[in-house]
Design a protein around this ligand. Structure first.
Ligand code: ADP
Length: 488
């Protein structure tokens, strides 16, 4: 069996075998003269001193040395219970002396057996404590148990490491609360108060700050039960999840980078149709300006018409500016930030951005918005990216279809906002349904297969769900549901 260093320290004796047996001999040799002297002074329980030596040897040096002490004790019986003339050879003892001798041998062996059993129990307990401590260190989980109101606090060794307590710190709930991050204090206290009544398991997360200034994320599973004496006992497992938090944060960052690159790739693909979109208002501006000049050039300039032409110039300039701004935002590498958003507006923006591409591919794009759509908390650019991806996939899917239409429909769910992007293409083949959202899954000759996988990461990071299914008549629907904004 593999024993870790900590466990083997606890379970086995640090001394070598020879030292333990030697020390046992010394212990028995030291107690014998004491016992014999007490016996000579007529003290009837003098023999108990030798018995104590047996118990001590088992407890301190182990069952083997304890057995040696027991054998020595059996030999010492002669001094206490037999006549000086008698030997301890059982064959030469009379009946009465033999009976007494056997009785004391039994007592000594029984004591040795009991002491050995107790030591084995102790070793088992220490071993399981060591396993538990190792498991707690490996999983970075400490355990705490206390009575409410605060009293009788127990915590495991791992709590010292997680909270950065010195070994001199005695377990106390307040010491743990003192380490809670100032911004999470209300949440942590609420958790403690919640456990002041019997509760089934609750889960809580908060940060702590250790004395060296390090911030750690703790995930806590706690429950409170009423004891027979009426008091509430809280038991909790505290897991240091800082490492996995850091990893999921860097994963999110990597995903955001990937999302950015994919966005740029999509925009690269769209560059012709997008420049056409921007060109349109520029062309309109030119025409309006020329018309205005013509109205000015007349003998009696028609100022009203000149004004109207200039207004059209301004309108088109605004439209071009708006489009360029949206494009710049899409291309920008930005920090993800969640703000309250109306998905209807995002749907309209995306359709506007892709209008050129839709015209080129002969697709009708429709937005069917719920008028009182509730807000969601989200990152505008990332949510736009999801819709761009759904719509572009729809365009690709409908390439060979006779009727080409994309509808973005929004509606309020029970506790979410639901957005459907429906196309009139061939739909999703039954055997591919489970793989659509896998990274690198594509059925297109030049596809990357990252679009839907990125959409899923974005939706999950927003606490929402993503789904795809075939429509009853024709085509597929891609659906996202996002939780309502806290401001709704
Ligand atoms: P890519 O577009 O690079 O293939 P995606 O992850 O966006 O990557 O899409 C993965 C696959 O899902 C596509 O190759 C296609 O087979 C399927 N798919 C996506 N959208 C639709 C749709 N609207 N109808 C049918 N199949 C679709």
């Amino acid at each position: 069996m593999f024993l870790s260093p900590r466990e083997s320290d606890l379970v086995s004796m640090p001394e070598t075998c020879g030292v333990r047996y030697g020390a046992t001999l010394l212990v028995v040799a030291a107690t014998l003269p004491v016992a014999i002297t007490l016996d000579h002074h007529g003290i009837p329980t003098a023999f108990a001193v030798v018995l104590l030596a047996v118990i001590f040897s088992v407890w301190r040096f182990g069952t083997g040395p304890g057995l040696l002490a027991a054998i020595l004790a059996i030999f010492s019986v002669r001094f206490f219970f037999l006549m000086p003339s008698q030997t301890i050879d059982p064959r030469l003892l009379d009946d009465e002396a033999l009976r007494r001798f056997l009785l004391y041998v039994e007592v000594i062996l029984l004591l040795w057996l009991l002491a050995s059993a107790q030591r084995r129990g102790q070793e088992k307990l220490k071993r399981s404590e060591a396993y538990l401590a190792d498991a707690q260190a490996l999983s970075r989980t400490g355990s705490v148990s206390f009575i409410v109101p605060e009293g009788e606090v127990f915590w495991s060794a791992e709590i010292y490491r997680i909270f950065g307590f010195g070994s001199q710190v005695s377990p106390a709930v307040q010491s743990m609360l003192d380490r809670v991050h100032a911004d999470d204090m209300i949440r942590a206290r609420r958790g403690f108060y919640y456990l002041a009544e019997p509760r089934e398991a609750i889960e809580l997360e908060h940060r702590i700050v250790t004395p060296d200034g390090c911030t750690k994320h703790l995930r806590i599973y706690g429950k409170a039960v009423r004891q027979r004496d009426g008091r509430i006992r809280v038991s909790a497992a505290m897991m240091d999840v800082s490492e996995s938090k850091r990893m999921s944060e860097s994963l999110l960052k990597a995903q955001a980078e990937l999302a950015h690159v994919t966005r740029l790739t999509t925009m690269g693909e769209l560059v012709a149709s997008i420049s056409h979109e921007v060109n349109q208002p520029l062309g309109a501006m030119k025409l309006s300006a020329q018309a205005g000049l013509r109205w000015l050039d007349r003998e009696s300039p028609d100022l009203e018409r000149v004004g109207a032409s200039l207004n059209r110039v301004v309108d088109n300039a605004n439209r071009a500016e708006d489009l360029i701004l949206k494009l710049r935002n899409m291309a920008k590498k930005h920090e993800i930030e969640a703000v309250p958003l109306n998905l209807n507006r995002i749907a309209t923006d995306v359709i506007e951005l892709l209008r050129g591409e839709a015209n080129e591919r002969d697709v009708t794009c429709v937005v069917d918005p719920e008028p009182d759509l509730k807000l969601v908390d989200g990152d505008e650019i990332q949510l736009q990216q999801i819709l761009v991806n759904f719509v572009m996939n729809g365009f690709d899917a409908m390439a060979g279809a006779e009727h080409r239409e994309i509808t973005i429909r929004s509606r309020n769910g029970a506790d979410s906002v639901v957005l459907d992007v429906t196309d009139s293409g061939p739909g999703i083949p039954e055997n591919l349904k489970d793989r659509l959202f896998d990274a690198f899954f594509t059925t297109k000759a030049h596809g990357m297969g990252m679009g839907l996988s990125i959409c899923r990461s974005i939706v999950e990071a927003h606490g929402g769900t993503i789904d795809a299914f075939n429509n009853e008549d024709r085509g597929a629907t891609f659906r996202i549901s996002l939780p309502l904004s806290e401001e709704t």
